[in-house]
Design a protein around this ligand. Sequence first.
Ligand SMILES: NC(=O)c1ccc[n+]([C@@H]2O[C@H](COP(=O)([O-])OP(=O)(O)OC[C@H]3O[C@@H](n4cnc5c(N)ncnc54)[C@H](OP(=O)(O)O)[C@@H]3O)[C@@H](O)[C@H]2O)c1
Length: 353
Amino acid sequence: MSTISHPHKYGDAIRLAADHDLRQHIVCVTGAGGFIGSWLVKLLLLKGYSVRGTVRNIEDPKNLHLKGLEGAEERLTLYKADMLDYESVCLAFNGCDGVFHVASPVTDDPASEKVNVAVVGTMNAINAAVKAGVRRFVFTSSIGAVHMNPNRSSDTVLDENCWSDLEYCKKTKNWYCYGKMVAELAAMDMAKKRELDLVVIVPPLTVGPMLQPILNASCFRVLTYMRGTKKACPNAVMALVDVKDVAQAHVLVYEDPKASGRYFCITTVVHRSEFVRMLSEMFPEYPITNECEDKVHPRVNPYKFLNQRLQELGLEYTPIKKSLYETVKSLQEKGHLPPAHMLPVSPRIPSSL
Ligand SMILES: NC(=O)c1ccc[n+]([C@@H]2O[C@H](COP(=O)([O-])OP(=O)(O)OC[C@H]3O[C@@H](n4cnc5c(N)ncnc54)[C@H](OP(=O)(O)O)[C@@H]3O)[C@@H](O)[C@H]2O)c1
């Protein structure tokens, strides 16, 4: 099977599969047990695909939820693969029509291994996908590859042509952003050279209900505010999206023959104080801060952005307040957030002191 140099043929193949039997259509999701990976696997199974999910440890209880997904018994196969182990990735991709490369550590840990997983892991994934004759490769990038640029004017409207400044990421030790951007650039370069059909999804901080039992980094952010661990929010903005929208975005770009390039998957950009205000309004019983760390400078304005490329493919963004509500409910249900009256009492220190 050749790689995709005839997009219309590919489109026909997808349509044919959709019209007939998606069970014959095999796709692989790397990092299947993670927050976004799990929702993507769930959606693909619901749509009828035969899904392979890569995890690093099949027996780890943190991946057990995958076996309980609807359709998993018949159409989900888990593969043990480490993104740094090329052969294991090849085994997982062999025979696949499509790949969703989601796996990557979400951390600012400066350990070179973490940046390596983002970059070398992505290069391994591209090489393995080419070897397997995969027809479309969807890569999960991050707003970290876009927004870290101090030289941009505050009224710039961010779109898919915007990139972070790698030197600035290094200088500010934003290793996560650095790794994701280098990985995305490497993916684009390699895919072009090797004629692999690549599409990129660019999500910001992703929230919403967790399918997996363990806490992921973005839901942890919400948790720190809910528990009152964060005593004040920074004078900064954050872009947000719902995890189900991110999963849906991956499938939309996979299935649309005309999809190509980068797709922002962003619902909204809000100031942190607006973020905590939404949480406090819905959960007034929790000790959520209403303080801002910066009492001197004017409030930073949310940047403008374009997100219509995915809407044109049919994505309807979930209102972020609903996503935040579901995040908190999920944190409670999974035992990460006790009822407010059971939280350890921490003295509230007036910020004026
Ligand atoms: N959540 C967000 O706010 C957000 C925003 C933008 C982009 N993203 C991107 O979305 C993707 C998934 O993030 P997430 O939020 O779902 O994080 P997550 O829940 O922490 O999932 C990360 C996944 O990557 C896997 N992984 C890490 N190192 C690996 C390695 N060496 N080999 C194989 N798999 C490895 C993990 O597997 P193990 O369980 O084995 O560790 C896990 O399944 C990442 O690419 C991330 O950069 C996330």
